[in-house]
Each structure stands twice: as C-alpha cells, then as structure tokens.
Design a binder for this molecule. Sequence first.
Ligand SMILES: Cc1cc2nc3c(=O)[nH]c(=O)nc-3n(C[C@H](O)[C@H](O)[C@H](O)COP(=O)(O)O)c2cc1C
Length: 216
Amino acid sequence: MAEFAQRITLAITGASGVQYAVRLMECLVAADVQVLLMISRAAQVVAATETALSIPGATAAQQKYFTQLFNAKPGQIKVFSREQWMAPVASGSGAPATMVVCPCSTGTLSAIATGASNNLIERAADVALKERRQLLLVPREAPYSEIHLENMLKLTRMGAVVLPASPGFYHKPETINDMIDFVVARILSQIGIEQSFMPRWGDALLQSDENPPSHD
Ligand SMILES: Cc1cc2nc3c(=O)[nH]c(=O)nc-3n(C[C@H](O)[C@H](O)[C@H](O)COP(=O)(O)O)c2cc1C
C-alpha cells in the first residue's frame, strides 16, 4: 500500500456545513494526507439535505465513493463505521496525531466533553484528549446555549481547539466557495498543511516594496 505524507482522523457529524468537510477532504487528498474518515448517521442526513452528494450508507461504499470523488490513491481514504472498535483511531497506539471534527454537532461536542465514547467518533476524540494529541472541533450552531459554551470552554481548557465555522468577510468573498475556503484555510493552518487558495493576513504587505504608514 502507498505511503502518505501524513495521516489524520476526520469525523463528519450532523451540524450544518458538510461542505466544509468535503472541501477539507479535497485539500487533504491533494496534500497526500491519508484520511481516516468517520461519518455520523446525522451527517448523512445533513449531506442529503444541503448538498447534491449522495453518500452511501455502508462504509465500504462510502470509501469507494469518496475515493472516486477526490481521485484519491488506493487506501488514501479509509472509512470506519460507528462501532468499528478495532479501527486504529480507537486506541492511543494506533490513532494519528491529529483529529478534526468538521462540522461538529453540539451533540458530539457534548459527548466529547463528557467522555461518552458511545461511538467510534466519540471514542476517537476521547483518545485524542487522553493522549494529548491535536483535537480540532469545528462547531456550527446559532445562538450558542450555556451548555454549548460550557462544553467549548471545558474542551479548550483540555487542549482541544474550537474553531467555529464562521467565515470572515475581509477577503471580500464573492461565492459560497470563497466562504467555505475561508474556514477550511483556517483548519489547514491549524493542522500544519500549506494551502495557496486563501492569502494569509499581511501577505500583501510582505510582497510589496511599499511600507505604508502605521496608525500608531
Ligand atoms: C438538516 C439538519 C441540520 C442540522 N444542523 C445542525 C447544526 O447546525 N448544528 C448542530 O449542532 N446540529 C444540527 N443538526 C442536528 C444534529 O444533526 C443532531 O443533533 C444529531 O443528533 C447529531 O448527531 P451526531 O453528533 O452523531 O452527528 C441538524 C440536523 C439536520 C437534519
């Protein structure tokens, strides 16, 4: 089997914004990252509701579907099912150094905050926390309840990074894809993967010979 530059765990849960996960996967595949993927049942419902994707129900079919969709190498996208406890992500000895939950439903957020571990996504996040690995959560809800905020604070204090799916507008997005890219660029930056589609803050200044006056 092919060797890959890096390996990460990606969980897609049932918050709105499955488009972020799809774009993220596309970027990861292009960066030669192997993706250990889990998709919650609710995420499949959300995907059917808000995208033209028709993600199959069975994990083997999902693996084939995403491999074809992104023209990934054989074995580059590995999909694991809800109770596949023998998967590498279920143990500290096998889990990758980074896990991203994108989008992260408030339900999964709560399960991670309490260590519920009732399905493989929750268990993989629990492993990431206990092993002090990188755990990046991309919640989407509005407004946030006190429960959501408490869970986010608790997880942040444990070392997880909460990166809300809230695109900025200072790059003057013209399309929905521009807004998706804004969030995905932030995720890639967190997990240390280069991207060239979204300029970084201050890039224009670095590339220019001019040094405009500061405002202080
Ligand atoms: C179309 C649709 C949109 C949803 N949007 C959100 C959302 O933005 N944020 C959220 O936390 N839950 C949202 N939900 C509810 C979750 O899917 C639901 O709480 C589910 O139990 C989460 O399960 P999971 O964490 O296993 O994916 C949505 C559900 C549907 C069907």
